[in-house]
Design a protein around this ligand. Structure first.
Ligand code: AMP
Length: 460
């Protein structure tokens, strides 16, 4: 049996101590299998999904091999979405706490170019970003990778789906050939194998058994008739009453339509699809992740890179034609030792899709009848929290502590009634328990934060 303690790895004492302080007591399977090879300087091709601990796997590998005294860019991490890039940077920074003066820079599209140029005047040790923006900086000469020795492609399959292949390959061509390449992907289509063959040298191939993961997910399929989808979804929500659900649709126009219909039926549902502006997308994700919305309706494309914890249920409003995508969808519930619920609607004509899933997952599908679901006439699924937005953010030097202090100063609201605080450049979102939302809004509109008055409003 492999040793899964971090202390079995050849890491610096500082890095080890920091890992321990993060309470990562033992390595996850992907970490146990990939970190030794990464530390050994080998290329790695790993099948790993969000939640497996893959970020820490490559982050520990990069940090251990980094020379923080040299102010040159030594590693590049490419991610499909801004959200994932932000999460990856956060995780690397957390792990890098023990290494003084490590600079990690996130470079993504949808953000102004100017400030990124200014940040690049001092070269980061590690650059994390999305392919389009990274390429733009490389072509402009603001980002230099001539000394980079490590490349990570995170969620490589998603990058291909999003049409980043050309940008990705151009970037790789601009990097030194003498380098270590780590390729992480949730699925293994032929294109990934081809890319690996082109850009990696004799990679260590790692696939982690997922079977013990899957038993934590209770998966049930429901057969429906034509025109019954919406009412069947409502029946599922009434019966299972999940506090947080992601509902997957195959087409983006369906997401908004379904969200509107669920609103009319008294559910707090938000749609996440490619037509949203970045600000709207941020707002939807904030509301869902801080528990002030209980249902997120998304397409696979829009849900890429989402790292939402404590998801009680995933509903497939429509089955994906691809069993790998199906497994990726349902893998978003049942994380970190908690059990999850994966519910799928299908019509008899879609039976081949169920067969493909059974074959792919090596399971025998449990198919239940809708009639077994208990209807609750007057049931309402009300989110526990409410989001308040404030028209000030990082630019105004607002910090979470300022808000917490302002909201709890008069002791009407307790600290534990305040949830997640998300601070963006010019806007801040704070979640508060529904029962104190009115008082909280009054405090924020009538009082001051950092001696300044801000406008605040409640999001619906
Ligand atoms: P990821 O798959 O990279 O998205 O990581 C999922 C979550 O697991 C992140 O919140 C990590 O901080 C956390 N994590 C990573 N490695 C470990 C570990 N060895 N023990 C406990 N938690 C971990």
């Amino acid at each position: 049996m492999t040793d899964t303690t971090f202390s079995s790895l050849a890491l610096t004492p500082e890095l080890l101590e920091n890992i321990q302080s993060l309470e990562y007591s033992k390595m996850t399977p992907i970490q146990a299998q990939s970190i030794p090879a990464i530390l050994d300087g080998q290329d790695v091709l790993a099948q790993a999904k969000t939640g497996s601990g893959k970020t820490a796997a490559f982050a520990i590998g990069l940090l251990q091999q980094l020379d923080a005294r040299k102010y040159i860019t030594q590693a590049l991490v490419l991610c499909p979405t801004r959200e994932l890039a932000d999460q990856v940077s956060k995780e690397i920074r957390r792990l890098a706490r023990a290494i003084p003066n490590t600079k990690i820079l996130t470079l993504c599209g949808g953000k102004p170019f100017g400030p990124q140029l200014a940040s690049l005047e001092h070269h980061p040790h590690i650059a994390v970003g999305t392919p389009g923006r990274i390429l733009k900086h490389l072509l402009k000469g603001s980002l230099k990778l001539s000394n980079a020795r490590m490349l990570v492609l995170d969620e490589a399959d998603r990058m291909l789906d999003m049409g980043f292949q050309d940008d990705m390959m151009t970037i790789i061509d601009m990097m030194p050939q003498q380098r270590q390449t780590l390729l992480f992907s949730a699925t293994y289509p032929d294109e990934i194998k081809d890319i690996s063959n082109t850009i990696q040298i004799d990679p260590v191939d790692i696939r982690v058994e997922e079977s013990h993961d899957e038993v934590k997910i209770k998966q049930i399929f429901y057969e429906i008739e034509q025109g019954q989808r919406e009412q069947s979804l409502v029946a599922l929500l009434h019966h299972y009453r999940p506090q947080s659900t992601v509902v997957f649709c195959n087409r983006k126009h369906q997401c908004q339509e379904l969200a509107d219909e669920l609103w009319q039926r008294g559910f707090h549902a938000l749609a996440l699809h490619g037509d949203l502006e970045q600000k709207q997308r941020d707002q939807v994700l904030v509301q869902f992740s801080n528990k002030s919305s209980s249902i997120l309706i998304a397409t696979d494309v829009a849900a890429r890179g989402l790292d939402i914890k404590d998801l009680e249920a995933v509903v497939n409003y429509e089955l994906s034609p691809d069993p790998e995508v199906h497994v990726h969808r349902i893998g978003r519930t049942g994380r970190a030792g908690k059990s999850g619920l994966a519910l799928s609607l299908f019509m008899a004509s879609e039976s081949p899709k169920i067969n493909a899933i059974e074959k792919y997952q090596n399971i025998s599908a449990r198919i239940d009848h809708l009639a077994t679901l208990k209807a609750r006439e007057h049931f309402k699924l009300i989110p526990t929290m409410v989001t308040l937005s404030i028209n000030g953010g990082r630019r105004n030097k607002i910090r979470a502590g300022d808000l917490l202090g302002a909201l709890t100063a008069n002791k009407i609201i307790a600290g534990k009634q305040i949830g997640k605080i998300d601070i963006f450049e010019t806007i801040t979102y704070v979640a508060v328990e529904r029962s104190v939302a009115k008082q909280a809004l009054k405090i924020l509109t009538e009082g001051k934060i950092k001696a300044k008055r801000f406008k605040a409003r409640k999001l619906i």
